[in-house]
Write a protein that binds this ligand. Structure first.
Ligand code: BGC
Length: 394
């Protein structure tokens, strides 16, 4: 797994990325840094210090062969249940149409078979490129073999598609860095380096079939594990292994019921939970609901990811402490650009050719850089940037 230390420049680079957008900086040939070890919270660096990201594009992948199909692009999204996928889909649809392509956008209600048939239809209906956010990374091998037979390039969107050589490119936010930032946030907020503790921690991560979930988990655990080892962080439930803390389908209900069990088994004696690492907003919302109903201690630091409206509202209400902001406009624009490059037979911009091996080899990737939002910077990140209006968050 890629880990490059950028030290002090990192928080500055994150602001630079935010200002430039991940697609924007690639225009100049310099990709945003894709390191996996943040040093300090992103938003603390004032904008005027922003400097170009330190790292140059690692490589540009070879130009794809011009695809056999026409100028129709198939976009397969996992579910409409989560706000972010609606935004991803509609941003891409709009930008692709603006660029003159036909778009076949499908949502699969988190059902693998539905997604497979949607992709089959896209292949049979003449799509020239497929953009796929997989429900289950391991379940698309057969259908994508037929895409490959027809010389249809595939871009894995946000989530890597595993164990198939039909994937040409991967575009995502740096998933390991998402986890690192969540772990760092907990470390900073409960002052693990200066307070004696011990502090209680619980952990909730995502769907085991989503390759991202392991990266989020590992990024955070790599930050927190030393404190667990020295006894400063205690996981009273004893549940720390990935399989124990995973949440099927990233569902809020599943996260809530597990959190309720933990609260009643391990915290009914009045002890505090100091931090609850949640890998994303849907799981954080489940944990918040469980704590609201059953927990009487001091409110813990709770992490999240996506800056869903409900989670930002929870942040304003003091119930969720932070959320990783992955600007879906940025990722969608980058992918639209890659689609255009593929369809024109141009060199496709990538900035990472070492991190994401899908079991058949490393997939040339474009990694965008995530930042965190909390009560102190959400206005600047989310409202000033036009992502939400004040009214959206009421
Ligand atoms: C995405 C997250 C999202 C989660 C649940 C992950 O693959 O990267 O942004 O919260 O899936 O849909």
């Amino acid at each position: 797994m890629k880990k490059k230390l950028l030290g002090a420049v990192l928080s500055v680079a994150m602001v630079a990325t935010l200002l430039a957008g991940c697609g924007g900086s690639a225009d100049t040939g310099a990709a945003p840094a894709a390191p996996a070890a943040p040093a300090a919270p992103a938003a603390e660096a004032p904008a005027e210090e922003a400097a170009p990201a330190e790292e140059k594009a690692d490589d540009a992948a070879p130009a794809a062969e011009a695809p056999a199909g026409g100028m129709k692009v198939g976009v397969a999204m996992p579910t409409k249940d989560l706000q972010r996928w609606n935004q991803d889909g509609s941003n891409m649809e709009k930008e692709l149409k603006d660029a003159g392509y036909e778009v076949d956008l499908q949502y699969a209600s988190n059902d693998v078979q539905t997604q497979v048939s949607q992709i089959e239809n896209m292949i049979n209906n003449g799509c020239g490129v497929l953009v796929i956010a997989a429900i289950e990374g391991d379940s698309l091998g057969t259908v994508l073999a037929s895409a490959k037979e027809k010389n249809i390039p595939v871009i894995a969107y946000d989530r890597l598609i595993m164990n198939t050589d039909a994937v040409s490119y991967y575009a995502t936010f740096d998933n390991y860095m998402v986890g690192t930032k969540q772990g760092e946030y907990i470390k900073d907020q409960i002052k693990l380096d200066s307070e004696a503790g011990p502090f209680n921690l619980e952990v909730t991560t995502g769907d085991p079939g989503d390759n991202n979930a392991r990266y989020f988990y590992q990024g955070a655990i790599d930050v927190l594990q030393p404190y667990i080892d020295e006894g400063k962080l205690v996981v009273k439930s004893g549940q720390l292994d990935f399989d124990k803390v995973a949440t099927a389908s990233w569902s809020s209900e599943n996260a809530q019921s597990r959190a309720e069990n933990i609260v009643s088994s391990d915290y009914s004696d009045g002890s505090n939970i100091d931090a609850w690492l949640c890998s994303n907003d849907s799981t954080a919302q489940g944990v918040v609901a469980a704590l609201d109903a059953n927990y009487n201690g001091e409110w813990p630091i709770i992490t999240g990811q996506d800056c869903d409206v409900v989670s930002v509202q929870n942040m304003i209400a003091g119930k969720q402490s932070m959320s990783i902001f992955k600007d879906t406009r940025t990722l969608a624009s980058q992918v639209v650009k890659m689609v255009g490059q593929i369809l024109k037979g141009e060199t496709v911009d990538v900035n990472d050719t070492e991190t994401y091996d899908n079991g058949t080899g490393v997939i040339p990737s474009y990694l965008c850089e995530p930042v965190f939002a909390d009560i102190n910077n959400y206005k600047e990140l989310l409202i000033d940037s036009g992502y939400y209006t004040e009214a959206d968050l009421q």
